[in-house]
Design a protein around this ligand. Structure first.
Ligand SMILES: [Zn+2]
Length: 700
C-alpha cells in the first residue's frame, strides 16, 4: 500500500531474491578483475571481511561494555506467555509483511566480528517475538513490527495502545492475544501515543471505522494529532524517503555483513497502512478521565520525541506508559533521514515531570518499543538516567559551543558521562551521541561554524578536481588511500577517496576502495543508523542504484489527514520555479463541503496560497468539494476529469490550470547520493500534476 514498500519490492535485490540482482552485479564487476567473494558468506561479491583493525575495535568495545548488568535480559523475558510460531506474517497483497526468519542468525553464534557487540546484544533482545504479560490486565505483543502493541483490560473490553505500522501484523498480534488471554472481549478503545506512523498505521487491522464514527470505540490522541501525523514528512518527503535507504539500510539483506536490526525494533513491517482519525483529543497539559471504566491520567509532552506525544498513568494499576519518550535507547535529537531537530531540554523536563508526578508511586513502566521495567526503584533509576541523558546532551554541547567548539568538531569532543554509558538504555541504538551533539548546535546556532572558508563553500564536485590535481592525480590518491585503508585509518582514507570519487564519478577503482573503507567503518558502529548508512553507501558504490519500476498509490487515509493548505504548500514545492518565469495568475479555490477558501497566486515564479481570503478579480474561480479534491490529490481522478464531468465548477480562464500543471515535476525517488551511482536508475511511474504524494508514512 505504501509507495516505499512497493518501491522496495520493485527493486530486484530486495523484492525477490538476491540472485536476481546478481546479474547486474556481475555485469558491473566485469570491468574490475577481483576475486568473486572476499568474505565467505558475504551477500555481495565485492564484500570484504572485517579487518584486524575492525576486529580489534570490536574486541576492545566488548571489554568495556557493562555486560555484568543483565537486567534488560531478565526484563525482556519476563512474562512471556506465548511465543509466535510463524516466523513470517503474510500481507493481504501476497508478499511477506513481516519476516523474523531473517534475524535468526543473530542467535546462531556467540560473537560476530562484523557487528558491534553492543548492537548484537540489542538486536538479540529485539528478537523477542510473542505475547507477554506486563502485569495482570496489561499485555504486550512484541517483535511483530518496529513497535510494540499493548492491551489494557477495561471494564468491557481491551484498550489498545499504539497499533503498529500495518494491518496484517496487528491482526496476527490480536489473534495470538485472543488465543491466550483476550477472553474473546472486543477492543473498547484505541490510544495513539504520538504522531509517528509506527504507532497508528495498523489500526485498520484492529477496528472498523464505523464503530469509531458511531462512538462505540473512542480513539484517543494528543491535541493537534492530525495536523502533525504527516506534516512532518510531506515537504521534504522524497528526500527523507531516499535517505531512509541509508539510515534504515533498506537495500541491505539481513546478514552479519549487512542489516542487523534497527535498534528500536528489528524492522518496519510492510503490510497495509491506514489511519482512523481520533475522536477524543487530550488538550490540557494534564488531563484525567476514564477510558472504558479505567481512570487514566494523560500527560501531554509536545515537542519531545514527536511534535505531539503523551504519556499515560493508570493509578489503579500503578502502571506508567512512557509512550516513546523513554525507551531502551538514546533517541534522536537529530534524525539521519532528516527531520526538524528536536528539543532535548524540553524532552528532559517532561521526563522529570513524569518522574515527580507519577514516578514515586509507579510499580511498572512500559513503552511503545522494547520491554517494561518493574519495581519503583528501577523505574526511578531509568527515569533519572533518561532525564539526565537528554539534559546533559543539551547542556554540555552548549557548554562547548560557548567555548568555541563548532558543529564540525563537537561530535569528536562531546562524550556522554561515564555513568550514563554504563546504562544500556542510554546507549545509541537509535539516536547517536555524535549526531545528536551536532543536532544541538544545529538547533541553537545552525550549520555554519563561523569560519568564512565554509561560508560559501564550493559544491563538492567543484572543489574536488583541484584537490585531486594538487594531490598528484588519481593513482597517487588510490595508492595513499590503499595505504591508509591497510593501516586501518579509515576516516583519513575517506577524506581523500571521497575527493577522488567526487572529482571522478566514473572511477571504478576509487568507488570500490571507498566502498571497502565505508564497509569497515560500518562494521565498527554501535548505532544501527550509522552502520546502515556506511554499508548502504558501500552497496551503492559497488552496484549502483538498483533499477526497477516504481509505482505509486496513495493511501486515502493519509490524504484525508492532509489539510488543503498543506497540499497547496506542497504544490509550491513540487513546481519548478524555473518553469514559471513570467507566469502571473490568481485562482480562488473554494471547497464548499468544509467551508474553506484560498487565494492561490502565481507571481515571481513562486506559487503561494493564503487561507480565508478570496481575490476580487481572480483569473479563475475553482469550486470543488474537499472530498472530491482528495481524488485528485491521490492521483485517482485528474482535475481535468473533475471539471469535464461537472464535479468541479470553473469560472474564468481554465487555461491557468494548464499553465500551473506545466510547472509540476515528479521527484525521483532514487536520486543519486554517492557520485557515479546513478546510471541504473529508471523511474516509470507518472503522477498526476496535482497529486499530493504524501502517502509515505515514516516510522520512528
Ligand atoms: Zn516508534
Amino acid at each position: 500500500m505504501t509507495t516505499r514498500r512497493e518501491f522496495i519490492n520493485a527493486i530486484p535485490a530486495v523484492g525477490a531474491a538476491f540472485a536476481v540482482s546478481g546479474t547486474f552485479l556481475a555485469e558491473n564487476m566485469a570491468a574490475v578483475a577481483e576475486p568473486a567473494s572476499l568474505a565467505p558468506g558475504h551477500f555481495h561479491p565485492k564484500g570484504k571481511a572485517p579487518s584486524k583493525f575492525t576486529r580489534e575495535i570490536l574486541t576492545k568495545a566488548r571489554a568495556n561494555l557493562p555486560f555484568e548488568d543483565t537486567r534488560d535480559i531478565q526484563e525482556q523475558r519476563k512474562g512471556l506467555l506465548a511465543q509466535m510460531k510463524d516466523l513470517q506474517i503474510q500481507a493481504d497483497a501476497g508478499h511477506v509483511a513481516w519476516d523474523m526468519k531473517r534475524f535468526q542468525f543473530l542467535d546462531e553464534q556467540d560473537e560476530f566480528d562484523s557487528i558491534h557487540p553492543s548492537l548484537v546484544r540489542q538486536s538479540r533482545l529485539n528478537n523477542n517475538y510473542g505475547l507477554y504479560e506486563v502485569i495482570p490486565g496489561v499485555y504486550q505483543v512484541r517483535g511483530f513490527d518496529l513497535s510494540d502493541i499493548t492491551f489494557v483490560r477495561g471494564k468491557t473490553g481491551w484498550i489498545v495502545f499504539d497499533p503498529l505500522i500495518s494491518a496484517e501484523p496487528v491482526r496476527a498480534a490480536w489473534k495470538l492475544f485472543q488465543e491466550q488471554v483476550g477472553e474473546g472481549l472486543p477492543v473498547s478503545a484505541v490510544i495513539y501515543s504520538h504522531t509517528h506512523g509506527d504507532h497508528w498505521g495498523g489500526v485498520r487491522g484492529l477496528i472498523d471505522e464505523e464503530d469509531v464514527r458511531s462512538g462505540k470505540i473512542p480513539v484517543i490522541a494528543p491535541i493537534d494529532f492530525m495536523q502533525f501525523t504527516i506534516s512532518e514528512n510531506v515537504y521534504a518527503g522524497n528526500a527523507m524517503n531516499r535517505r531512509l535507504f541509508y539510515q534504515y539500510g533498506l537495500l541491505l539483506p539481513a546478514s552479519p555483513y549487512g542489516y542487523v536490526g534497527q535498534g528500536l525494533g528489528q524492522a518496519v513491517s510492510a503490510g497495509a497502512t491506514g489511519l482512523i482519525a481520533p475522536t477524543r483529543f487530550v488538550s490540557a497539559a494534564i488531563e484525567e478521565f476514564d477510558v472504558d471504566g479505567i481512570k487514566m491520567i494523560f500527560q501531554n509532552t509536545p515537542n519531545t520525541e514527536a511534535p505531539r506525544e503523551m504519556n499515560t498513568y493508570i493509578p489503579s494499576m500503578k502502571a506508567l506508559w512512557m509512550a516513546e519518550n523513554v525507551v531502551s535507547s538514546l533517541h534522536n535529537i537529530y534524525t539521519l533521514r532528516g527531520a526538524p531537530v528536536r528539543d532535548p531540554l524540553n524532552w528532559s523536563k517532561y521526563i522529570a515531570d513524569a518522574l515527580y508526578r507519577f514516578g514515586s508511586e509507579a510499580e511498572v513502566m512500559f513503552a511503545s518499543h522494547h520491554w517494561p521495567r518493574w519495581g519503583n526503584a528501577r523505574i526511578q533509576e531509568i527515569l533519572r538516567q533518561q532525564r539526565d541523558l537528554y539534559a546533559n546532551m543539551n547542556n554540555q554541547v552548549l557548554h562547548y559551543a560557548n567555548q568555541g567548539v563548532t558543529i564540525n568538531q563537537v561530535h569528536n569532543v562531546y562524550k556522554l558521562p561515564e555513568g550514563l554509558l554504563k546504562a544500556w538504555h542510554c546507549r545509541g541504538y537509535h539516536g547517536s551521541a555524535e549526531n545528536n551533539a551536532r543536532g544541538v548546535i544545529q538547533r541553537y546556532l545552525g550549520y555554519w561554524d563561523c569560519n568564512p572558508a565554509t561560508l560559501i563553500p564550493l559544491s563538492p564536485a567543484d572543489s574536488a578536481p583541484l584537490y585531486v590535481e594538487m594531490m598528484g592525480g588519481s593513482d597517487k590518491i588510490l595508492e595513499r588511500g590503499r595505504q591508509l585503508h591497510d593501516e586501518g585509518k579509515y576516516l583519513l582514507a575517506t577524506e581523500i577517496l571521497n575527493k577522488l570519487v567526487q572529482a571522478q564519478p566514473d572511477n571504478g577503482k576509487a568507488k570500490d576502495l571507498l566502498a571497502d573503507v565505508f564497509e569497515q567503518l560500518g562494521y565498527q558502529q554501535e548505532n544501527p543508523g550509522l552502520r546502515n548508512s556506511f554499508l548502504a553507501a558501500a552497496y551503492e558504490l559497488r552496484s549502483g542504484i538498483p533499477q526497477g519500476e516504481t509505482s505509486s498509490s496513495s493511501s486515502p487515509d493519509i490524504i484525508r489527514a492532509m489539510s488543503t493548505e498543506l497540499f497547496l504548500n506542497f504544490l509550491g514545492i513540487r513546481m519548478d520555479s524555473r518553469k514559471a518565469e513570467g507566469m502571473r495568475f490568481t485562482v480562488n479555490l473554494v471547497t464548499p463541503d468544509n467551508g474553506e477558501m484560498f487565494i492561490i497566486e502565481m507571481d515571481n515564479a513562486t506559487l503561494t496560497n493564503i487561507a480565508g481570503f478570496q481575490a476580487e478579480k481572480p483569473d479563475l474561480t475553482l469550486t470543488i468539494n474537499r472530498s472530491d479534491l482528495e481524488q485528485t490529490m491521490m492521483g485517482v481522478k485528474s482535475l481535468d476529469a473533475q471539471i469535464a464531468d461537472g464535479t468541479a465548477k470553473v469560472d474564468g480562464n481554465v487555461g491557468v490550470l494548464k499553465l500551473l500543471a506545466s510547472t509540476m515535476v515528479e521527484f525521483d525517488p532514487r536520486f543519486e547520493i554517492m557520485p557515479g551511482t546513478k546510471a541504473r536508475t529508471s523511474t516509470v511511474a507518472k503522477s498526476d500534476p496535482y497529486q499530493a504524494s504524501p502517502e509515505k508514512i515514516i516510522a520512528e
